[in-house]
Design a protein around this ligand. Structure first.
Ligand SMILES: Cc1ncc(C[n+]2csc(CCOP(=O)(O)OP(=O)(O)O)c2C)c(N)n1
Ligand SMILES: [Mg+2]
Length: 493
């Protein structure tokens, strides 16, 4: 049981259980895992993506996993490197993304003794990741079994699983090669779930709501003839039942809404939360996003909802309202209508789309597990690596928060347009009550945090193409650029 044989057996076992993407941030303690993952890639059995910053690396892995719908393994060295996985691990826990966290560790005998780069890594992610500790005494075959179990756990929950592996000197070698171990590795497959159906009585006071993960809502709404309020990231804002001007329509019809049928996890608007809190609620269980009952008013839930009846078309017709659109809305709708694969940042722009986007068929991703503005650039890079040409629509602070995610060193070629709605600070906060309660200068300092970073230089430093746009014609031209592009769209209200 050398470091290298443990690493090779773990990597081979992960592959046998369906992991084909490995991501790595360089380090010493993790060298055996790095070598094993590289050998698997050399054999044509996996893709290895290397990124310096563990936080960016983890979000890139999250993007790859969400887009490829497969478990992904992340390799890091010991110490603070492990903690840098935390934001992506929390997001993955709350959105059901199967990440396998391979955290290299010192031997357990060195814990709590002042040894360099040594801490208590086991279980460091708390509730957000199931944890296994692979000690020095673990045999190669047991390590392979634990790795297979880790994938099974990650897929069954679904969510992140930590495989903490202790390594002693010598830390690496070149044998065995994991490609020779794959066929003899244990194979696991999650059991298929038995779905419990639930028939939901529907009437002309019922609406269907789709939050993140709620793509099944479209099918239900169309079968029932009901209006569909689908968040842009739900994958259900499509077809004839999906409402375009959602918030305006809710305003008009609030009094008539008595029952809501919820798919996924809605998070974007207070209006939708209000109708959920004031109605009888039926929920389709989301295995990715978990429990949804924030107002303790769910009447019934099932794994697969089917409508009991069909409502006459007059109710749906009432939801077709018109609204005069603002420049912000024209900008977001332009992007929505000119993208086939879209990553949405968590802030104001996704909410503008929620209120106004025209239903259409496209692939949408957004970190709505915890709605962080961290890691969005890296998540989008992951989606682009996994699936091909991608557009991301993000705010200026969201770009800066993950500026180190722009580092393309060692990444494979990818095609990503980062469209930055640049309003110089956090526009979203102008919608909060606090905006009217404190002095404008204090508001600007505590919330808006107007940035004056030179994005052209930032792009140049990291080797991205850069173009600034003042209007939609310029944006249209910028959309024809290829490769890694930052489009700095000047948003003035
Ligand atoms: C990691 C993290 N920190 C802080 C927040 C709180 N937050 C939400 S939106 C936002 C500002 C976003 O500004 P920007 O990206 O420019 O988008 P805009 O609202 O201006 O479109 C902040 C700080 C968060 N969601 N996630
Ligand atoms: Mg902004």
């Amino acid at each position: 049981m050398t470091s290298q044989s443990i690493a090779a057996h773990v990597v081979a076992s992960l592959h046998a259980s369906g992991v084909t993407d490995f991501l790595l941030s360089p380090g010493s303690r993790s060298q055996a895992l790095a070598i094993a993952a590289h050998q698997l890639e050399e054999a044509g059995l996996a893709r290895l993506t290397v990124r310096l910053d563990e936080r960016s690396m983890a979000f890139t892995g999250l993007g790859i996993s969400v887009a490829s719908k497969k478990p992904v393994a992340l390799i890091v060295t010991s110490g603070t490197a492990v903690a840098n996985l935390y934001p992506a691990v929390m997001e993955a826990h709350h959105s059901g993304v199967p990440l396998i966290l391979l955290t290299a560790d010192r031997p357990a005998r060195l814990r709590n003794k002042g040894a360099n780069q040594t801490t208590n890594q086991v279980g460091v992610f708390g509730f957000a990741a199931t944890s296994f500790d692979v000690g020095l005494e673990t045999s190669d075959s047991s390590a392979a079994e634990i790795a297979a179990q880790a994938v099974l756990t990650a897929l069954s929950k679904p969510g992140p699983v930590q495989l903490n592996i202790q390594f002693d000197l010598p830390l690496s070698g070149t044998k065995p090669n994991p490609k020779d171990l794959v066929s003899s590795s244990p194979k696991t497959q999650p059991q298929t779930r038995k779905l419990i159906e639930l028939a939901v009585p529907v009437d002309n006071h019922t609406v269907v709501i789709a939050g993140a993960g709620g793509h099944r809502a479209r099918e239900f709404a169309e079968a029932a003839g009901l209006p569909l309020l689908a968040e842009p990231s739900s994958g259900a804002r499509q077809g004839g039942n999906a409402i375009q001007f959602t918030l305006e329509a809710i305003e008009k019809l609030r009094e008539s809404i008595r029952k809501v049928v919820v798919f996924g996890k809605p998070t974007l608007s207070r209006s939708v939360q209000r109708i959920i809190s004031e109605s009888s609620v039926y929920v389709e269980n989301s295995f990715d996003y978990g429990e949804f009952d924030p107002y303790d008013n769910v009447i019934a839930r099932g794994d697969y909802l089917i409508p009991d009846g069909k409502v006459d078309s007059a109710w749906l017709a009432q939801w077709q309202v018109e609204l005069e659109v603002t420049p912000r809305c024209e900008f977001t709708n332009f992007v929505w209508e000119h993208s086939e694969r879209l990553v949405l940042g968590a802030s104001d722009l996704i909410r503008v789309l929620d209120a106004t986007a025209k239903p259409r068929q496209l692939e949408v991703y957004s970190n709505r597990g915890l709605s962080g503005i961290d890691g969005t650039v890296s998540t989008a890079i992951g989606v682009a690596i996994a699936k091909g040409p991608t557009v991301a629509l993000i705010g200026d602070l969201t770009l800066l928060h993950d500026a180190s995610g722009l580092n393309k060193t060692d990444l494979p070629e990818f095609e990503l347009k980062l469209i930055v709605g640049n309003d110089k600070g956090g526009h979203i906060f102008t919608r909060l009550e606090v905006a009217n309660e404190i002095e404008p200068a204090v508001f600007d300092r505590l919330f808006k945090t107007a940035q004056s970073v030179d994005l052209a230089k930032l792009a140049q430093a990291y080797g991205w193409k850069y173009v600034v746009c003042e209007n939609l014609d310029e944006l249209k031209r910028a959309m024809t650029l290829r490769g890694a592009v930052i489009i700095d769209y000047q948003l003035v209200d």
